[in-house]
Design a protein around this ligand. Structure first.
Ligand SMILES: NC(=O)c1ccc[n+]([C@@H]2O[C@H](COP(=O)([O-])OP(=O)(O)OC[C@H]3O[C@@H](n4cnc5c(N)ncnc54)[C@H](OP(=O)(O)O)[C@@H]3O)[C@@H](O)[C@H]2O)c1
Length: 244
């Protein structure tokens, strides 16, 4: 029960990987779980209900994190309602495909604002609330693409690389009270618009010869929360694909 009496926030926690992380934090004993959603209101209600089975206080907050004022409002709500924050997991992200010569200015701005600027301001605004109790843990869910060019998702790769750099900067800026680490998943959950065939083709690029799962990411989340002497690091959860 590492998270007994702790308050945690997961962005993009209504469904998919973010939901798996949210449920894992509940099972780790967190008393208060807040998660954000943007468009998935129905899924958010279901997750909020499922969480209530495990933890005394569960709360979904709608927050479009491409808008800094909504991030500020979210953090003010947490401060007023709960007065503390112990763990922040930045999981929300957009995954838009575009190549070097096709990326548009609008897509560039959306991807950078949701995937890099939003998580940064969540970290910046979470820090004072974490320092109230002298400790905190921030985990940024990034992407294996920071280790290699992402030719079909060029702005996505740039946004995730920015977040990896910000992770290391924040680890230094917020030490010694707050630890900041990253998880770099490979293929762990099929994008909704991909066919099974397209997804399974990835197996050929994975030395461990299986697709990953949201649970694989959750194990890394749990490891980081428990590892008091780890900051500024990334755990790559990709079955070895980036070593090839
Ligand atoms: N799935 C994979 O195999 C994989 C691989 C590598 C890295 N990752 C990383 O792991 C994390 C979770 O992956 P996933 O596949 O579960 O992601 P996903 O399906 O793309 O989910 C994205 C989440 O982000 C939220 N989101 C999108 N735009 C938002 C906005 N403007 N404001 C606030 N929230 C917004 C969505 O909320 P709503 O639905 O409520 O709009 C959703 O909960 C992401 O950071 C992703 O980059 C995943």
């Amino acid at each position: 029960m590492y998270l007994k009496n702790r308050c945690v926030l997961v962005t993009g926690g209504a469904h998919r990987v973010g939901k798996a992380i949210t449920m894992r934090l509940a099972k780790m004993g967190a008393d208060t779980i807040i998660f954000t959603y943007n468009s998935s209101e129905e899924a958010a209600k279901i997750t909020e209900y499922e969480l209530s089975e495990f933890c005394p206080q569960a709360m979904a907050i709608r927050c479009d994190q491409s808008d800094i004022s909504q991030i500020r409002l979210t953090m003010e709500t947490i401060k007023e309602r709960f007065g503390r924050l112990d763990v922040l997991v930045n999981s929300a992200s957009v995954f838009l495909s575009a190549k070097f010569d096709t990326v548009t200015e609008d897509d560039w701005n959306t991807v950078m604002n949701v995937n890099a600027r939003g998580p940064f301001f969540f970290m910046q605004m979470a820090a004072p609330l974490m320092k109230v109790n002298g400790a905190g843990c921030i985990i940024n869910i990034i992407d294996e693409s920071v280790q290699k060019p992402a030719l079909s998702w060029i702005h996505h790769g740039a946004s995730k690389s920015a977040l990896w750099n910000l992770t290391k900067s924040a680890a230094i800026a917020l030490a010694p009270d707050i630890r900041v680490n990253a998880i770099l998943p490979g293929a762990v959950l099929k994008p909704p618009d991909w066919t099974d065939e397209r997804w399974e083709r990835n197996i050929n690029t994975i030395p461990l010869r299986r697709m990953g799962s949201a649970e694989d990411v959750c194990k890394a989340v749990e490891f980081i929360i428990q590892s008091d002497f780890v900051t500024g690091q990334a755990i790559v959860v990709d079955g070895g694909s980036t070593v090839l």
